[in-house]
Structure formats: C-alpha cells, structure tokens
Design a protein around this ligand. Structure first.
Ligand code: FAD
Length: 378
C-alpha cells in the first residue's frame, strides 16, 4: 500500500539501555492496563485465580470509566485486551511461552492484539486464508505462519497478537487454530490502518510472511480455534454493548445540556415538543439496551450464550446508530467541531461492523428464532 509505513515495534532489546516507549497512537492503552493492574482491577475482573471467566459488571464499570476519560480508540483497545484476548490466552496458555505472556498481561505489563479478520471478507471467517503449517522444522518442533490480518486493534502497540489461522484447507469448523505471534518476530510487518478515526486504538494491518515459531506458541488444542473464538466473541459482544450504552448515555446527556442553553424564539430548544420527544426516544432506546444487557449478562459471561450475544450485538448496533444520528442532528453545526459528536458518530458506526456486522449477527438470530421467541413466553 503506498500510504503504509512500517515502524519499529515496542519491546526491550536483548541487551543495552532501555528504549523509551515510542509515541504512537494507542500507547496510552498500555498505560491504562498498567494502571488497572496496579489498582487491583484485573484481580476484581478475573478473580484471584484467573481461568478465562470475566466478571461482567466489573468489565462494564471499567469500560464506562475509560469511555468517560479517554479517546474512544483507547476504549476499543482496552475492550479487546480485557474482554477477549486476555481471557482467551488465559484459557489456553499451558506452555511456558504462553504462560509468561499471560502473566505479563495479567500484571499490566503486556498489551495483546487479537487478529481474526483476514484480507478477505471478515464476515466469512471460515474462508480465511492465513495458514499455520504444523509440520515445520527439522525436529518437527516448529510451526510457520503466513497470511495477512487487517484492521487489528492494537496492532501498532501490542507485544503479541493472538492469530487465528487454518492448519487445514476447507471450511470445516475444526480446521482452525490460534497461534501466539510475537510482533517483533522475523517475518512480521505492521502497518497503520489509513484512518483518522479511532485515535488511541493502535489499529493496523499485519503481514505474516514465513513467521517461524516454536510449537509452544500454539494456543489450545489443534482444531479448537473457532470454538474458542465463538466463546470469547460472545463476551466481547457483551462488553461492546456495555460501551455502547455508555456512549449513548453520554451523547444524550450532552445533547440535553446543549439544547437547554440554546434559544429559538426566546425559548430553550429543549422545550420544543419535537426535540423533547426525540431525546426521550433516544433515552427509551438506550434503556431497552440496558435492560437487555442486564437480563443476558450472566448467560453470556458464564454460559457463553452465542444467541443471547447475537441479539445483544444486533440491538447495540441499531441503538447506537439511531441515538447518535438524532443527537448529532440536534447539536447542529457545533457537532462538526474537532472531537465533536459528528466524529463520535462516525466512529460509533463500528458497533454495527466490528466484531461481527449487524447482518451477520441477525443471521445467527434468524437461525435460532424459535429459541429467541421461547425466551419471550410469559
Ligand atoms: C476500528 C476497527 C477495529 C477492528 N479491530 C479488529 C480486531 O482487533 N481484530 C479483528 O480480527 N478484526 C477487527 N476489526 C475487523 C472487524 O471485525 C470486521 O470489519 C468485521 O468482521 C466485518 O468484516 P469486513 O470489514 O471484512 O466486512 P465484510 O465482511 O466485507 O462485509 C461488508 C459489509 O457487507 C455486509 N454483509 C456482510 N455479510 C453479510 C451477510 N451475511 N448478509 C448481509 N450483509 C452482509 C455488512 O453490511 C458488512 O458491513 C476491526 C474493524 C474496525 C473498523
């Protein structure tokens, strides 16, 4: 890509003086995880003996705090680390290489990326072409990874990426395996995604060209890649809905405040019947999402209920779009100011795409319609 630049990746050299952390977008997600670990929040989130289970209410509180403080891109990086990458690594880490990275991440000393989306349509996961060759090396002790991963949060800033790769051709569910790839390994090239959005996310693309790793970089049993993905994606959807609620809540409150101070015909705009009803409609939408989150959070966090997670993901994508469109309209020209609601609205379109497009999760819901309707029986 002509606009792509490679850059040296963070990480200590083998010897010599420490290298200061590079000033790249997303570097503050590192600081955020360090602070959370230092404050004991990760123990609260995962319990004293982490197994991969996440406490959903703690997760929601941590993401809400981050959303109130930092750029939304940093929240995205935290979400991937806390809700998906670290729990998946915790569940699968057994060999010393993986347990060392897991312990560093639990201690707030390592940032992780999770790379599932390939060059091809991210919605067609079983078509992904990134490969892991399990038969490599003279002693059979090596694996080789080849492929391209696009739009990976924290690609620019993470130490390691959990990479979903195929070890066999074909679409079968059991043809995929996770590999822990150090982003400083020979053969790894990182490029920033060409976007002005998502400051703080470190989002970028990974080229994996003949990346040779020892076999203990494999995560989980061979062939369990998609099963693990489905379990942990459910929790990511729960986390993303929690963040969506917080974003909508903040946008409605901000719009309400602005409209109270804005006069038309000597009357605050907030008193217009049409404005009041539109703001109220936004509050109803986000209240419904909150109720759905509360009703399904334990089933998703403990039971990894994929149907409940799909319902929640579809609802959060459509709720965010409706609320942000209304609030952005009601803020008028001021919404286009730097860092204003129009930028937030553009970024928040990711709720209907990232981690599964709305159409894809609706397909899941359509496949389990009986189950969803049965849940509604009084
Ligand atoms: C800011 C950001 C951060 C991201 N971070 C990560 C990350 O950390 N790790 C990672 O692995 N991925 C990440 N992604 C990628 C994300 O998960 C994918 O964008 C998503 O899965 C959709 O894939 P795609 O973009 O290739 O869209 P495509 O699959 O090409 O789909 C394009 C559009 O087609 C429509 N569509 C797709 N399938 C269907 C269907 N079955 N029926 C009807 N319509 C359909 C939808 O409208 C969809 O938006 C990130 C993306 C963004 C924008």
């Amino acid at each position: 890509m002509p606009d792509a630049q490679t850059r040296p990746l963070p990480g200590p050299p083998a010897s010599g003086p420490p290298v200061p952390a590079p000033a790249v977008p997303g570097a503050d997600a590192r600081q955020a995880v360090a602070e959370l670990a230092g404050a004991g929040a990760l123990t609260e989130l995962y319990g004293p003996r982490p197994t991969g289970r996440v406490d959903p209410r703690t997760l929601r509180r941590l993401l809400a705090d981050a959303a109130a403080r930092g750029p939304q891109g940093t929240v995205l990086a935290l979400l991937v680390q806390l809700a998906t990458a670290l729990p998946l690594l915790t569940e699968t880490a057994q060999a010393p290489t993986a347990t060392a990275v897991r312990d560093a991440a639990l201690g707030g000393r390592a940032l992780l990326a999770l790379a599932a989306t390939d060059e091809q349509a991210g919605s067609d996961l079983t078509a992904l072409t990134t490969t892991v060759d399990l038969d490599g090396g003279p002693d059979g002790d090596q694996v080789t990874v080849n492929g391209t991963k696009r739009w990976v949060t924290s690609a620019l800033t993470a130490d390691h990426a959990l990479v979903l790769a195929r070890h066999r051709p074909g679409r079968h569910f059991t043809n995929f395996t996770w590999v822990l790839v150090p982003l400083t390994a020979p053969g790894v090239t990182v490029r920033p995604a060409a976007t002005e959005l998502f400051e703080g996310s470190g989002v970028g693309h990974l080229e994996l060209s003949g990346v040779v790793l020892s076999r203990d970089h494999l995560l989980g049993r061979t062939g369990r890649g998609l099963a693990l993905f489905a379990r942990h994606m459910a929790v990511e959807r729960l986390a993303s809905a929690a963040w969506a609620i917080e974003l909508c809540r903040g946008a409605i409150a901000d719009t309400d405040r602005r409209l109270r101070a804005r006069q038309v015909d000597d009357t605050p705009l907030r008193e217009s019947a049409s404005v009041r009803q539109r703001l109220a409609d936004c509050a109803v939408q986000v209240s419904s999402l909150h109720a759905l989150w509360t009703a399904s959070c334990d089933r998703i966090a403990d039971g990894h209920d994929a149907t409940a997670a799909a319902v929640l993901k579809a609802a959060s994508g459509t709720t965010v779009e409706r609320v942000m469109t209304t609030c952005a309209q009601l803020q008028g020209a001021d919404g286009f100011g730097t860092g204003g609601i129009q930028q937030l609205r553009a970024e928040s379109a990711v709720f209907a795409i990232g981690g599964g497009a709305t159409e894809v999760v609706l397909d899941t819901v359509a496949g389990r319609l009986d189950l969803v309707l049965n849940e509604l029986t009084p």
